[in-house]
Ligand binder design. Sequence first.
Ligand code: CA
Length: 222
Amino acid sequence: MKILIVEDEIQLTDALSELLKRNMYSVDTFYNGIDGLDNALTGIYDCIILDIMLPGMNGLDVLNNLRAEKINTPVLLLTARSEIDDKIKGLDCGADDYLTKPFVTGELLARIRALTRRKGEFVDENKFEYNNLVLHKNTCSISCNGNNIKLSLKEYYIMEMLIANHGQILPKERIIEKIWGSENDIEYNNIEVYISFLRKKISSISAPVQIKTARGIGYFLE
Ligand code: CA
């Protein structure tokens, strides 16, 4: 999953980014409201952690703009203890949750999990499952009926997207945008290489799941 952090306290941002990466999230960070909004508008994030007091444009204006553009990415507002009014305004503007600084990192992770949880798909916080194929967050691996194989980080992210989007075609462009970023000019056949690694790994653990190609569009699980 991909998380956007918009927060001007650089040390806090970097610490959060490290923490989230250790927990298998892919993370982009911006230190001001304008760049934050620009990137949030792409709609590629699964969750946005948004500070209220920001240079350029404050978090509430970022949030207002985002919701006005019909971007419904879950937003977790970060507020200082003194900003109770802002908290209320934030929830009124369409924030999904808030956390008062300073906070315990375990609580932040729990709230992100709650905001990004899709119904019925998480077996527990470390496992993501589709048709007996289990994706393990803590070991970066997939397993099926006792067979287990390690994944690279990018393979993990692609597998996670495929499971989250099962039942529909996942366009190649979305995979590129999410995993390599919108400014990256990666070759389309790079993705094919990763998909072919994944197919080999899935078949090596005898999982009853296949990654199918929708010609010219993308991939889907079956
Ligand atoms: Ca701030």
